[in-house]
Design a protein around this ligand. Structure first.
Ligand code: BJ8
Length: 433
């Protein structure tokens, strides 16, 4: 699907005041990678057609949908991290969507002003905004940042200079005082979104939003159950596409489609239909997220003969692990339950973060990984430094690992392929294939 964009999309970008010519280049590059690295592969489940459509429609159909919601009086919020409590936004009828960039094409626009040695995820996101190619920018009623890594939190200072920005203070430790601070932040966020939407948070609506998000998490967890099979009925690259869609699609519709895909995966598993042919080493990817536009590492691994059986990332387990307790009760106690669930996320921005090492070890066993690839985006210090502890723990547990530090460009692909092939070659068949 490379080439000129659809005429109705071009008209939409013009209406939003975007740079139509450059935007066409950005979309062309994303779609070309998507077709080459994802959709051209054989043996894909039929239900992936829906999720492919979400990816292809990210700068078209989904934008039109959000415009229609705004015309009907709903607000729209852009987010950048899985710590943003979606339940609150949903309960107040606010549409939200993750705005993180996964394309290399826009990065030079960020590098005109921001340091070059920043992570590509932040630079790509900024580049989309600065180059007039993010269709969501003109529609945003509020951006929600968070104090996770230094790159992000200092970026909010710059982007938020003209207002329209809310920053959630995420503590860096998980003691009682930190938990209290976070619970306060979640309540303050709820007040800000009430103000923005002109609506009041009602206990029934919040309980409904909690139920929907838990249902979504359960559907994602069920998809991951199939990835534990000896021969998974879905490839790691397709599972990543589903996770990327989870961050941008309407949650109710997404969950319904994923439940249907799960039925198809059950039938494929029963019939012995595999996502990837042949005997393959099972790989767990741990570390930074791979957001829409970025299929680089998954493609490299699976085209080198591996099966990616799990992503320990925010486009993986960190997004769906742990449910919000469905306590009912008043809004205050429900918000506490929401805060508690999000505090369970084990991002590398926490210190100490032994929880993440323990989680990786147990996930590697649960998914019977032959090896772990620690995935670190250039200049992401928290994941890069935490990789030392994790590599040591994996070594002590007898699980081989490799550390891959890269960005969104294609320049290092040849070298990465050689390293990954050598790593796969060195692995023993731990899962008895
Ligand atoms: S909870 S991983 S989504 S912060 S890769 S921008 S950490 S320098 S994406 Fe993240 Fe939230 Fe954590 Fe998840 Fe910074 Fe690292 Fe870049 Fe990152």
């Amino acid at each position: 699907m490379s080439g000129r964009p659809e005429p109705e999309d071009e008209a939409l970008w013009r209406e939003l005041g975007l740079d139509v010519e450059f935007h066409a280049k950005v979309i062309d590059s994303i779609h070309a990678n998507f077709e080459r690295q994802v959709t051209s592969r054989p043996d894909r489940p039929a239900g992936m057609a829906y999720f492919d459509g979400v990816i292809r429609g990210a700068h078209g159909a989904r934008v039109r949908e959000i415009m229609a919601r705004r015309d009907a009086g709903d607000k729209f919020v852009g987010t950048f991290c899985v710590y943003v409590p979606e339940e609150i936004l949903l309960a107040l009828g606010v549409v939200s969507l993750a705005l993180c960039g996964g394309t290399a094409v826009t990065i030079p626009h960020a590098e005109k002003t921001f340091p070059r040695n920043m992570c590509p995820l932040v630079k790509s996101t900024l580049g989309l905004a600065f180059s007039g190619t993010c269709p969501y920018g003109p529609l945003e009623d509020l951006s929600v940042g968070e104090t996770t890594c230094d790159a992000k939190k200092k970026t909010w200072d710059v982007l938020g200079r003209e207002g329209g920005f809310h920053v959630l203070e995420l503590p860096q430790k998980k003691g009682p005082a930190d938990r209290a601070l976070w619970a306060g932040e979640v309540k303050e966020f709820a007040c800000r979104i009430e103000e923005l939407s002109g609506r009041v948070l009602e206990p029934e609506k919040l309980a409904g939003a909690v139920r929907l998000m838990n249902r979504k998490r359960r559907a994602l967890a069920r998809m991951h159950e199939w990835r534990k099979a000896d021969k998974p009925p879905i490839s790691g690259t397709d599972a990543l596409v589903v996770m990327q869609a989870a961050l941008i699609d309407d949650p109710d519709r997404f969950t319904g489609e994923l439940e249907s895909l799960n039925e198809e995966l059950a039938a494929r598993a029963a019939a012995g239909t595999v996502g990837l042919a042949g005997d393959r080493k099972r790989i767990l990817i741990a570390g930074c997220p791979s957001v829409l536009g970025n299929w680089k590492l998954h493609h490299l691994l699976e085209s080198a003969g591996a099966a990616v059986v799990l992503d320990e990332s925010c486009t993986g387990t960190r997004y769906f692990r742990g449910e919000v307790a469905e306590t009912g009760g008043n809004v205050d106690s429900q918000l506490e339950a929401v805060a508690e669930r999000y505090m369970g996320i084990d991002c590398s921005c926490f210190t100490p973060n032994a929880e993440r090492t323990d989680n990786i070890l147990s996930l590697a066993r649960e998914y019977r990984a032959d090896g772990v690839v620690q995935y670190i985006l250039h200049a992401c210090h928290t994941f890069a430094i935490e990789a030392i502890t994790i590599a040591d723990a994996l070594k002590a547990a007898g699980i081989p690992s490799i550390r891959i530090e890269t960005d969104y460009s294609e320049e290092d692909v040849g070298q990465l392929r050689i390293r990954l092939e050598a790593f796969l070659e060195s692995l023993e068949w731990r899962h008895g294939a």
